[in-house]
Structures are given as structure tokens and as C-alpha cells.
Design a binder for this molecule. Structure first.
Ligand code: SAH
Length: 360
């Protein structure tokens, strides 16, 4: 039994139950024992591998996207290049390397990383040696006087979400409680959900059946709303990549990954990653309501191909023929529909840019 699960049990005893978002916040972000706070969970030795850790080509394409967005903004001579949840810093390092040749881009860019984890900040410092970087704990602290180009890979899925469960003709809040043996288990609560789903794009009651689960994420939506408020005032663009769906739908996508394998969400608390699929339909609605120019959600495969990842893979393979099979394997992992190509989606939003963003 981990120390963190004891802390969670004390909270449940005190309050009667925890909502999923409250449980997730403790499991991932508890200052001493939270998953992201105490370790480096990524990479081939970690719990899971993200796209930038698979291949440098991913960051190179995102770098090209950012340079294109900057040019479409009129190449301002100062802007903030913001990454939310940069993990080990690999994506930003590849983006900066890939954009060295874009005249004026590096001089104009103020690189800002939004990161809550002290352990990962250290990794990012190492990966980005030689660059002038600023760190922030929250998005609200990033510069408010220059245009913004904001990216986030697998960032939204790390933010807490809530679940509603359809029971007896109404939506109830899905909560975590203790069973009679003092083990964590799911239950539901009518009181806790009151008013919370009023603004959610929830499914129509005649489309749902007993026991269906609907996920909604006020924290993710609040982040998108805050981003759009800033973009509206400062101009710029945002790009977010995550596994998820382009339209809101029912389904339980709460999952835990421990050392490359799925596990029960109540096992390995603080040592397993907890995520859920991102509802890009809901986030697009928030951005659209805020007046943003929202691109149609793209799949990761289409997005990367439109930015030229096939050509890049061929060029890399021509330079290093002995690595060609690995390069091809990594390419397929990123773009193939059976791998990350379709499940992962890309959302783009902009203000003050008339043309379409790259890759959509
Ligand atoms: N983008 C990286 C890492 C994704 S994991 C990659 O693709 O490899 C999620 C990242 O978001 C981690 O760096 C984690 O520490 C950070 N994070 C989680 N919650 C956060 C929050 N509320 N604010 C800022 N960063 C957060």
C-alpha cells in the first residue's frame, strides 16, 4: 500500500468520497508523492513513450508548424514560444534545432515552459542547455505583451477530468469511495454533480442507456478558455496533440499505465500514469465560443504527412542507410492508422492569422 493511497483514504473518510478529478489531482500532482512530481516517467525505460521520444521527426514537424505560424503572424520580432507540459524537453529541443535556419525566428522567440514537476524541469534544463529558457508553473504567468505560439503534446490528457454515470434516468457524478474492506472502489453521487454539466455538450437522454459513462473536463475547458483569452488579446496560435475524439461521445476512457502495461486505476497510485481521452469536440467548442479561428480536428497521421514527414524520413534514411529500417518503423509508429496515426488528434486555434495553419 503506497503512502499516497493512505492519504487518499484519509480524504475519503473525511469527505465521504472524491470526484475523479480530485482523485486524479492527488495521484498525479500531490507535491510529494504525485506521479509527475517525483519521477521521470517517459522514454523507452519509463512507463510510456510519447511521440517526441519515438523520433526526432515529430519535433521537427512541430518546429516547421511553429515557424510557419510565426511567418503567418507577420514574423513579429518578439513572441513567446510556449510549451505546456514539456516532459523531458525533447520536443522543444527538436523544434529549436529544426528552426535554426529560419531567419529571425530564434532571435524573436522567448521560450517559455509551463511545467509543474520539479523532476521534469531538471530534465528539461539538461535537454535545452545553451538556450535561454523561462519556466512557469501556470499558463497565466506567461508573458502577456507579445504574440503567443503555444504547443502541448499529451498535455490535456494529464489534466483532471470528471465522469458522469447515467443511472435511473439521470446523470450522477462518478466518485471514488471505500468498500467495506477499506479498498478503493467506484460509486455515484447525485449531490456532487448538481449544475456541473449544465454547460457540457452532453449526449441527449434518448441516446443513452443505463450505466453509460460521459466524461467532461471543466479544468481542460478552463485552460482552453484562458488560452483563448490571451490569444485574443495578444494574437497567435495554439497546437494541441493528444489521444482523443473529435466529437463528444459516451464511453469510459479512464486508464492507468504502469511500466508500459495497463493496470487498474486503483493499483500503483502515484507510480502509474492516469489519463483519459481528450474530448476535442468540447475544446473546439470552447475555442470557437471565444472567437478563435478553430481548424477542423486532424488526425496525427494526416497532420504530420501534410507537413512533409515522409520526405523528412526519406532524407534521414538517405543520410544513414544503416538506420533506414528504424526510421521507417518510427515513421509508421507516428502516422500509421493502426498505431498513433488515427487515435491521436491535432487541434489548432489562431487569432490574428488570416491563412489556414500548417498541417490542417
Ligand atoms: N509533452 C511531453 C510530456 C507529456 S506528459 C511529451 O510529449 O513527451 C504531461 C506533462 O505535463 C508532464 O511534463 C507533466 O509534468 C506536465 N503537467 C501535468 N499537469 C500539469 C499542469 N497542471 N500544468 C503544467 N504541466 C503539467
Amino acid at each position: 500500500m503506497s503512502e499516497l493511497s493512505d492519504i487518499i483514504k484519509v480524504d475519503i473518510n473525511r469527505y465521504g468520497s472524491l470526484r475523479i478529478d480530485e482523485f486524479m489531482t492527488l495521484a498525479l500532482a500531490h507535491a510529494d508523492h504525485g506521479y509527475y512530481m517525483k519521477q521521470d516517467p517517459f522514454g523507452r525505460g519509463g512507463d510510456f513513450i510519447t511521440a517526441p521520444e519515438i523520433s526526432q521527426m515529430f519535433g521537427e514537424m512541430i518546429g516547421a508548424w511553429a515557424a510557419d505560424a510565426w511567418l503567418k503572424l507577420g514574423a513579429p520580432n518578439a513572441f513567446a514560444l510556449v510549451e505546456c507540459g514539456p516532459g523531458r524537453g525533447t520536443l522543444m529541443a527538436d523544434m529549436l534545432r529544426a528552426t535554426r535556419g529560419v531567419a529571425g525566428f530564434h532571435d524573436a522567440a522567448q521560450v517559455c515552459l509551463v511545467e509543474i514537476s520539479p523532476a521534469l524541469r531538471e530534465k528539461q534544463k539538461e535537454a535545452l542547455q545553451g538556450y535561454d529558457i523561462q519556466w512557469f508553473s501556470g499558463f497565466s504567468d506567461v508573458p502577456d505583451y507579445v504574440p503567443l505560439i503555444v504547443i502541448g503534446n499529451e498535455f490535456f490528457d494529464a489534466l483532471p477530468f470528471r465522469q458522469a454515470v447515467y443511472q435511473g434516468g439521470e446523470w450522477l457524478e462518478r466518485v471514488v469511495v471505500l468498500d467495506k474492506n477499506d479498498n478503493l472502489t467506484f460509486s455515484s453521487s447525485r449531490d456532487l454533480i448538481a449544475g456541473s454539466m449544465d454547460s457540457a455538450v452532453k449526449p441527449r437522454n434518448d441516446d443513452v442507456s443505463e450505466g453509460d459513462i460521459f466524461e467532461f473536463a471543466p479544468e481542460r475547458e478552463a485552460f482552453m478558455a484562458a488560452l483563448c483569452t490571451r490569444l485574443k488579446a495578444q494574437n497567435g496560435a495554439g497546437l494541441f496533440i493528444d489521444y482523443g475524439h473529435a466529437q463528444s461521445a459516451t464511453g469510459d476512457t479512464f486508464q492507468a499505465v504502469y511500466r508500459h502495461d495497463y493496470c487498474d486505476v486503483f493499483d500503483h497510485i502515484g507510480d502509474a500514469d492516469l489519463t483519459s481521452h481528450v474530448d476535442f469536440g468540447a475544446l473546439s467548442q470552447v475555442a470557437g465560443d471565444a472567437g478563435g479561428n478553430v481548424e477542423a480536428i486532424a488526425t496525427q497521421g494526416d497532420f504530420l504527412r501534410r507537413l512533409g514527414i515522409d520526405l523528412r524520413a526519406r532524407a534521414l534514411a538517405a543520410h544513414a542507410p544503416d538506420k533506414a529500417p528504424d526510421i521507417e518503423k518510427d515513421l509508421q509508429r507516428l502516422i500509421h492508422p493502426d498505431q498513433m496515426g488515427t487515435l491521436f488528434k491535432v487541434m489548432g486555434v489562431s487569432y490574428g492569422i488570416k491563412q489556414q495553419l500548417g498541417g490542417f
